[in-house]
Design a protein around this ligand. Structure first.
Ligand SMILES: [Fe+2]
Length: 291
């Protein structure tokens, strides 16, 4: 069965609204996901149970709970608390792993041949109270954000718009994983693509697309299927190369201006990294390591 309708024009560089068939899946009921949250590694379940706004710093807001006492309370009171629960690394769970892989395997024919051996497969779950806000942020994966329960207003900005996130902020983001150079500003709001999501809707976001969300009067559940292609990982590596060059006092050309120059920068920085790893006695194997 097709779990996702990718259409004929799927493009990993373009925001798209798709439809999925996951809303009635038994693994994606709120009860199943609450059980997943309570059996997952506590470090993989992050939550917030206080006030937050679109300009809140997302990287500072989430907490974990090794006792699971406060987490359990946040889940039990989802209908009335201002809670937000995020489960990451969902593909560690064998049942969810099979579901994620089924969707991603259906995606593969829609990607260029060199990108079909995905370099990263993952998923995350978001459970949110009524009237909940997910602050402005961006992530390093390509995201099939599948909406499963309730109504959600979703804002997403074009990942190529440097008036929203600057080239230097991206260099730092892909190098360090932080977005401290990129606060939300009211001036960017008119540039957002705004989607009113209902169960069955899926928003595909290219890697690095800034986004934010607000929920209405119901509990909402969203299941994000995450992946990275080699093309996206090349972009990450080029931003890292630019970050290194800038620290050396150089002024690198923006990523994407020249494929040849980007490729050369990646090879140069990769060679430096391999030489450094050899000198330190570390493995030089290329690995997917974000930060
Ligand atoms: Fe996100």
């Amino acid at each position: 069965m097709a779990l996702m309708d990718f259409g004929a024009s799927f493009n990993q560089m373009k925001i798209a609204r798709l439809r999925h068939q996951l809303a009635a899946h038994p693994l994606l009921t709120t009860e199943s996901l609450a059980k997943l949250a309570l059996r997952s590694d506590p470090d993989h379940v992050r939550f917030h149970d206080g006030e937050r706004r679109i300009e809140t710093d997302m990287s500072m807001m989430l907490r974990t709970d090794h006792t699971r006492v406060r987490l359990r309370r946040a889940i039990d009171h989802l209908h009335k608390a201002e809670a937000f629960v995020q489960i990451i690394n969902v593909r560690h769970d064998p049942e969810y792993r099979a579901l994620v892989d089924e969707v991603l395997d259906q995606l593969l024919p829609h990607l260029p041949p060199r990108d079909r051996a995905l370099v990263n497969r993952d998923a995350a779950v978001f459970l949110a109270s009524p009237g909940s806000v997910t602050p402005f942020h961006l992530d390093h994966e390509q995201n099939l954000l599948c909406h499963v329960r309730g109504a959600k207003t979703f804002y997403v900005w074009d990942h190529r718009d440097r008036s929203v996130v600057t080239e230097r902020a991206l260099e730092r983001f892909y190098h360090e994983g932080t977005l401290r150079d990129t606060p939300y500003r009211a001036a960017i709001q008119p540039k957002a693509h705004v989607f009113e999501l209902v169960p069955g809707d899926c928003i595909f976001m290219p890697m690095g697309s800034p986004h934010a969300a607000a929920t209405g009067k119901e509990i909402t559940v969203t299941f994000s299927i995450l992946f990275n292609t080699l093309t996206s990982f090349d972009v990450v590596e080029t931003y890292r190369a630019n970050h290194v060059m800038r620290r050396l006092g150089l002024s690198p050309a923006p990523v994407g201006d020249s494929w040849v120059r980007d490729s050369l920068k990646r090879r140069t920085v990769g060679a430096v990294r391999r030489a450094r790893d050899l000198a330190r006695g570390r493995s030089t194997e290329r690995r997917l390591q974000w930060y």
